[in-house]
Design a protein around this ligand. Sequence first.
Ligand SMILES: C[S@@+](CC[C@H](N)C(=O)[O-])C[C@H]1O[C@@H](n2cnc3c(N)ncnc32)[C@H](O)[C@@H]1O
Length: 276
Amino acid sequence: MQEEWPPGSVQRPVRVERRPVDEAESRRANGPDWDRYADEYQATHGEFLGDIGFVWGPEGLTEAEAGVLGDLRGRRVLEVGSGAGQCSRWVATQGGTPVGLDLSWRQLQHSRRLDEETGVPVPSVLGTATALPFAGDAFDVVFSSFGALQFVADLQGCIAETARVLRAGGRFAFSITHPTRWSFPDDPDEPGLTATQSYWDRTPYVEIDDETGVVSYVEHHRTLSDWVSVLAGAGFSLTALLEPEWPQDHDRVWGGWSRTRGRLTPGTAIFAADLR
Ligand SMILES: C[S@@+](CC[C@H](N)C(=O)[O-])C[C@H]1O[C@@H](n2cnc3c(N)ncnc32)[C@H](O)[C@@H]1O
């Protein structure tokens, strides 16, 4: 018999749909999903991420190369969707004071493990990007590397929360699946190069547990103009939009990201914006 630890960790058959899902259902699905997936995620990607390492996405662009967060010395920094806290740990080595926040307790257990293994602790809390448990103006920098932003239904609420906890003039930066990717099947090989659905269709990607009918995973899509509008509407001025190219010698496959697709089409978008 397959042992089930953490509870609910056994992957069960799912069916995929596109249909509307609200914030509560997204959160109910994604927390337990990341709890189930955390061990495999860290075992598969941990070495690539680096225990003290800041990678913006599967292309391997590091914050040391991108420099979108600016000088971190003396900065109070919040990482949203911090997972095992690798990025925040790198922030600490640059003189910043990081705090992590994640929806998944199992991801945070990995963060505790890395705190001990590296000797670079990242204080972290269990929570959601749409209700940040911090006072206003508490941070100079908020960032997310493929963290919560594409998992929340209430993007406006999430960005408003970010603006609330940032001081005026503070920097917000995040990476997400490049919005153009949503037109293509999530396949790292040739079939992933043929557009099959409308870029403008924002209907969420939903996985449903075949046995129980319960929504078990959700991702939300927004177009590039949606992202710009929601940032501007919350008082942010865009300072950068990066679309990292796939490096010639990089042949790692991460889900739907690969050299086959990466040499032709962007897989990651990184936004940076300052609060006015
Ligand atoms: C792809 S992982 C990225 C984790 C980390 N930034 C890294 O690079 O490994 C996405 C993370 O976002 C977290 N997450 C998903 N929805 C969230 C939410 N609503 N609020 C906070 N974190 C969330 C997941 O639990 C997961 O740890």
